[in-house]
Write a protein of this length. Structure first.
Length: 269
């Protein structure tokens, strides 16, 4: 049962995504779009509907250690439910999907959750559900960091996976070992002495990748040992840890949080 399937016996209104709205016309069916807006309450009539552009913002680039443009980013970053300013969402209304009568089973709850995430552009899984709904040949969908999502990756992520505790543990162990090995290889290439304090390794690697990403013009999520080898061959100077590194400020932490979120589902360029 997908997110657009209504329960038997219920009458469901069409889901209208924020990128399908034709401002300023709202609340009516038009010949051009042939889309019906959800009914509005009196309170909603005085508030604009929350759309993706409403959530966009810009970082204070004067606060970034490296203000160069971010390779691969197409759209401006956007607020999500968990990081938007207090009271921001109160200025808008968000349509609610019709809830089937009676007690919902697991499939109905999942369908209702997906419908709500499609209608609310600030919802955690809005981008993924929107991307998947468009299909393989649909228009590009961008995550909250401004990068294009890869439909094939999202489709694989959406499919149910058989769970095995022992397999999951072994897989995690192998992944962590590979990640640690790759990080040490990157540190050796990027830094003069190749050494990073062990308790800072996880934080430092994020900004190392950001630095190399901007030097090479390659998206952050594609930076790995191979890109560091290319970086070295192109003659970029190695860095001295004490001179290069500084603790990230709040703007940098916020930006890096966006860079990390859902990075594995982005399209490679």
């Amino acid at each position: 049962m997908d997110s657009n399937t209504a329960a038997v016996g219920s009458k469901r209104k069409p889901i209208v995504l924020d990128d399908e709205i034709e401002p300023p016309k709202r609340g009516k069916q038009t010949k051009k779009s042939n889309v019906v807006e959800p009914d509005t309450s009196p309170d909603e009539e005085h508030k604009p509907r929350l759309t993706t552009p409403d959530l966009e913002f810009d970082y204070d680039r004067s606060q970034l250690r490296d203000p160069r443009p971010t390779p691969g980013r197409v759209k401006r970053p956007r607020y999500e439910r968990l990081d938007m300013p207090n009271g921001f969402k109160d200025r808008f209304y968000i349509p609610e999907p019709d809830k089937p009568k009676g007690r919902l089973n697991a499939l109905q709850k999942d369908a209702l959750f997906k419908q709500q995430s499609l209608l609310d552009p600030s919802a955690t899984f809005h981008d993924l559900n929107t991307c998947h709904r468009k299909g393989r040949k649909g228009s590009p969908t961008y995550d909250s960091a401004g990068f294009q999502l890869d439909w094939e990756k999202v489709d694989r992520w959406m499919k149910p996976q058989a769970y095995s505790r022992s397999r999951a543990v072994k897989g995690m162990e192998k992944s962590l070992q590979r990640e640690e090995r790759e990080e040490r290889d990157m540190f050796k290439i990027f830094l003069v002495d190749g050494q990073v304090p062990e308790n800072e390794r996880y934080i430092v690697i994020k900004y190392l990748k950001d630095h190399v990403s901007k030097d090479l013009g390659v998206p952050w999520h594609q930076i790995g040992p191979e890109q560091l080898v290319e970086w070295e061959k192109k003659g970029f100077p190695k860095q001295t840890f004490e001179e290069w590194w500084r603790e990230p400020n709040e703007v940098e932490k916020r930006r890096m949080s966006k860079m990390l979120s859902g990075a594995s589902l982005r399209k490679d360029l």
